[in-house]
Ligand binder design. Structure first.
Ligand SMILES: Cc1cc2nc3c(=O)[nH]c(=O)nc-3n(C[C@H](O)[C@H](O)[C@H](O)COP(=O)(O)O)c2cc1C
Length: 174
């Protein structure tokens, strides 16, 4: 065996914080996810936003989590209301997702579809694949986002329909 050389390998380039953020965002773009509209109403006012960061936690009691950007227009209302409704979109809701995922004023967002209420008063989209009406139980710090752990208190399902999936920064139907 040869003695080890004194020459050291060139250190790998140090990725900046922005590089790592971009790499992560590009990776997350490859993580296909169902598209939802999360709504809220109550003393804090009406709010709604498009969301893919929605995930089941447990069925006992029925619990899901939603990640909400603290800088979003919906944040003050959702925080004050402590209720929300997760409306999972069907393949026919691409335009509605763009409406709730852009900078349109909140009243105009809701004019784009038909809504009712289930138990909490948060708007439930009438033709959503499913609407999961929730009370916020706990809120964890996720840096730029709050992680809302929510108990599901009412569910409405619509039969049929295909899912709307966000993958590779584009909408897809399955
Ligand atoms: C496909 C898609 C998924 C999104 N997912 C989330 C999410 O999970 N959580 C979140 O806080 N914002 C999410 N957003 C961004 C919000 O919809 C966005 O903040 C809001 O609608 C526009 O910002 P504003 O309400 O502050 O004007 C998503 C947007 C799109 C288009």
């Amino acid at each position: 065996m040869q003695a080890s050389s004194k020459a050291t390998a060139a250190a790998p380039p140090v990725a900046s914080k922005d590089d790592r953020k971009l790499e992560y965002r590009n990776a997350m773009a490859r993580l296909g996810a169902a598209v939802n509209i999360v709504t809220s109403d109550g003393p804090g006012g009406l709010a709604g936003f498009a969301a893919t960061a929605v995930c089941s936690v447990t069925d006992d009691p029925p619990t899901l989590l939603v990640c909400l950007n603290r800088g979003s227009s919906a944040y003050p209302a959702v925080s004050a209301n402590q209720v929300l409704c997760v409306n999972t979109l069907s393949h026919s809701h691409e335009d509605l997702s763009r409406l709730f995922g852009g900078k349109t004023p909140v009243k105009e967002r809701f004019e784009g579809a038909s809504w009712s209420v289930l138990e909490t008063g948060a708007p439930a989209l009438d033709d959503a694949l499913i609407s999961l009406d929730c009370r916020v139980k706990t809120i964890s710090d996720g840096g730029t986002h709050d992680i809302l752990i929510c108990e599901v208190v009412a569910i409405r399902e619509n039969e049929g329909g295909q899912a709307l999936i966000y993958f590779d920064r584009r909408y897809h139907r399955i």
